[in-house]
Design a protein around this ligand. Structure first.
Ligand SMILES: [Mn+2]
Length: 358
């Protein structure tokens, strides 16, 4: 598409706020992104490791939009799509591969929901100077690695940004796309209730329901359908929850490789598990440690509520990152040692938070 439509923030979607990197307003950036997509015949979409609902929802929606526009679309990432999301269209076209190299001098590469390139497929660092990287994300700590960066931390989810992009560009939102985007938004907002949920999130949700997304069908598929193995895995983790600190506001639990082997659960069965300790009265900060395959690394997930140190503060102190209230880090330590490290990091960060006057 060659039209040089100058669409201002006012004529596009509700977001008139300047781009978080101080560039053009987000609505204009999203429109630019749409123009680049329209101009390319091949879309390569990348998702981050340990795909979550938002990564899958945004990618499948974009996949369908590409097919509708007659594009050749490929979608890949390092890990498989978890079974709870296989009800979405186009998940069968996803290709799981650990490595991928730039196969074109000047092609279009779309990264969704990925704060940095390392979150995605390896091998994309030697990119040709003319390769065009479109980076669409809502992580505050996004490194702006793209040629065009549509990074808006005020957005609930990457799926919400894709909805804004499609709406601003006037692309048709089919029932299939609506289902994908609703799923992504619902996944990142805990069903439209987390603190990242805004009025615009609900407007997106309402629009997507009007276009055919079924909240009940989606919630049943993604949140209310668990495997017996996955349930037993949750049981193991919940049975060993420990709380500590001022008013027992910190909660921690863990899963070893042995837990996965014994129960037969998948690594994707841990999704949303870390939110459960926050149901305990008084708990404001939750930690889940998961021993990675091979046993040399531990993935640590953090969640926080108001009134305590934020999850991202602790994650960053350990070399990780994420959103203020939902973040993660990887520790190259055995499980037992990692638990001690985490406890100390949480205590230190909390002490600092208290002494800083909160
Ligand atoms: Mn997300």
């Amino acid at each position: 598409m060659t039209t040089k439509t100058k669409t201002t923030a006012k004529t596009a979607q509700a977001s008139a706020a300047p781009g978080s990197d101080g560039s053009a307003p987000m609505a204009e950036l999203l429109l630019q992104a749409a123009r680049h997509l329209e101009a390319a015949s091949l879309w390569r979409i990348f998702s981050h490791r340990k795909l979550d609902g938002d990564a899958i929802g945004s990618a499948t929606a974009l996949f369908e939009a590409g097919v509708l526009q007659g594009k050749h679309v490929i979608w890949m990432g390092p890990d498989p799509v978890p079974p709870s999301y296989c009800f979405l269209p186009h998940t069968e076209e996803y290709v799981a591969r650990k490595e991928h190299s730039f196969d074109s001098e000047s092609g279009l590469y779309v990264f969704l929901d990925s704060a940095n390139e390392d979150r995605g497929v390896k091998g994309l660092h030697g990119r040709a100077p003319r390769a065009f990287i479109l980076n669409i994300d809502h992580h505050e700590d996004n490194t702006r690695y793209g040629t065009l960066n549509c990074v808006d931390p005020s957005a609930s989810s990457t799926s919400e940004l894709i909805w804004r992009l499609m709406t601003a560009a006037g692309w048709p939102i089919t029932a299939g796309i609506a289902e994908c985007l609703y799923t992504g938004i619902s996944a990142d907002t805990g069903g439209f209730v987390f603190s990242n949920t805004t009025e615009l999130t609900y407007r997106a949700g309402a629009d997507l329901v009007a276009r055919g997304a079924s909240p009940m069908k989606i919630d049943t598929a993604m949140r209310q359908t668990r495997s017996l193995a996955g349930m037993r895995l949750w049981g193991a983790a919940l049975s060993r929850l420990t709380c500590w600190g001022q008013d027992l506001q910190f909660a921690m639990t863990w899963l070893s490789r042995e837990d996965f082997e014994r129960t037969g659960a998948l690594s994707s069965d841990t999704e949303m598990l870390v939110n459960q300790p926050l149901l305990i009265r008084g708990v404001r900060f939750a930690v889940l440690l998961t021993e990675e395959e091979g046993g040399s690394e531990v993935k640590v997930s953090f969640r926080s509520k108001e009134g305590t140190v934020t999850a991202s503060t602790v994650a960053r102190s350990l070399g990780g990152g994420g959103h203020p209230r939902a973040s993660a880090a990887i520790l190259a330590q055995p499980l037992n040692q990692a638990m001690e490290t985490i406890r100390k990091s949480v205590d230190d960060a909390y002490a600092e938070w208290v002494s800083a006057g909160r």
